[in-house]
Design a binder for this molecule. Structure first.
Ligand code: SF4
Length: 394
């Protein structure tokens, strides 16, 4: 590859946002990379390193926007899809784009990779690798899917963008993480790798609490082992007659909660999430309101996905409605993750210009309300890696 041409100036955040939107949708190509994160050399420990076009910290398929690499773009945690034919690459700590004529353009943003953490080398007394129990996201977030199965994973009900059971079938993780296992890994990740917050998500269970009470047991054990570690929990709204499950999470010590709707458009919900769409939106609003009451300001969030066919103006209006109720709308692009139904059907990500536009408008709503993801103690809003919102003041 030729040396990069003259870098464009990055005088405003618009350029950063456009670059982030492009990167989020088109991903980055890597020249040569370890087959998995278990073969990466020193340095270790959540520290930042430059390894040319290699991304050492990656995660396999799973819940949420997975199957990506973790880097820091201009110092901000960022997840990027690994896409073999992407025009983007990492070169000497810069993001560069290969042009059709053979030239290379420096995109005006610095990119650092994140080293494989030391806790990945450990395993529990009964032989389960810590890496199978929880993973490093970004450079300082510990994340775990405490129950890796979902009652909605049958072909008729399954969310079309989700691959939660994929990493289970590949052996990368275990079906159920116990509170003791999570506490053990959390303690090591904080001690060895400087982890600063933890995210616990779960597949949905058949119970009225949708899995919240197992999450609560996990939070209690983690807080006993590492009292100063902020923890966010993520689950579906509990049944209307079991809102006490939310209080149980708060009482266990959870600092923040994500209740993820992904879209406020019922047609989109029925097309993309036939199982979750059976939960009326009113139930989400009830759970969000109750969570704001229990957890306080800057502690409740949801995902909104760009690229599912929702009208952009309605998406932004929905985000504004959430903000007005104290809920942070974490705007992310739809990503065609291997193993998902949508990726199998060849559905591609959104136009990066659309993603940048929606992100900029939602960020403006957040700034006007004085709400920033970074103000949350823990969770995806606090991490920010899967969204471009934090790059524009959201
Ligand atoms: S935003 Fe959430 S899912 Fe994405 S890397 Fe951060 S903690 Fe993980």
């Amino acid at each position: 590859m030729a040396a990069p041409s003259v870098p464009p100036s990055r005088a405003d955040s618009d350029l950063g946002l456009r670059a982030r939107a492009e990167l989020a949708v088109r991903g980055v190509a890597i020249d040569s990379a370890p087959a998995s994160s278990d073969t990466v050399p020193e340095p270790r420990g959540g520290s930042v390193t430059e390894l040319g076009s290699v991304i050492p910290l990656r995660r396999p398929g799973g819940a949420g926007p997975s199957a990506d690499g973790h880097v820091l773009v201009d110092g901000l945690r960022t997840t990027v899809p690994i896409v073999a034919d992407s025009p983007y690459r990492l070169r000497d700590g810069r993001l560069v784009r290969s042009e059709p004529g053979g030239g290379v353009t420096d995109m005006g943003v610095a990119v650092d990779t994140v080293a494989r953490p030391a806790f990945y080398d450990l395993c529990t007394a009964d032989g389960v690798g810590y890496e199978q129990i929880a993973r490093l996201h970004g450079n300082d977030v510990l994340a775990s899917t405490v129950v890796q199965t979902c009652v909605r994973y049958g072909a008729a009900d399954r969310c079309r963008f989700c691959a939660i059971e994929q990493s289970l079938h590949s052996g990368a993780t275990t079906a159920v993480k116990t509170p003791d296992q999570l506490a053990e890994v959390a303690e090591a990740a904080v001690r060895l790798d400087g982890v600063r917050q933890m995210v616990l998500t779960t597949g949905t269970s058949n119970g009225r609490d949708r899995g919240a009470r197992h999450l609560a047991r996990c939070v209690r054990a983690i807080k006993a082992a590492v009292p100063g570690l902020p923890v966010q929990v993520q689950c579906e709204p509990p049944a209307p007659d079991d809102l006490a499950a939310l209080a149980a999470l708060r009482e266990a010590g959870a600092d923040a909660i994500g209740i993820h709707v992904e879209s406020l458009d019922d047609d989109v919900r029925r097309r993309w999430m036939p199982g979750k769409a059976t939960v009326p939106l009113a139930q989400y609003w009830t759970a969000w309101d109750e969570s704001v009451r229990l957890f306080g300001p800057d502690a409740v969030s949801t995902y909104l996905i760009v690229g599912l066919g929702e009208d952009p103006d309605e998406l932004v209006a929905g985000a504004a409605a959430l903000i007005a109720r104290g809920v942070y709308p974490f705007v992310v692009p739809y990503r065609p993750i291997p193993g998902t139904l949508a990726a199998g059907d060849g559905v591609t990500g959104p136009d990066p210009a659309l993603l940048a536009d929606v992100t900029a408008r939602v960020a403006a709503e957040l700034r006007a309300a004085g709400m920033r993801g970074a103000d949350q103690a823990a969770g995806c809003a606090a991490c920010g890696a899967c969204s471009a919102l934090s790059a524009v003041g959201g």
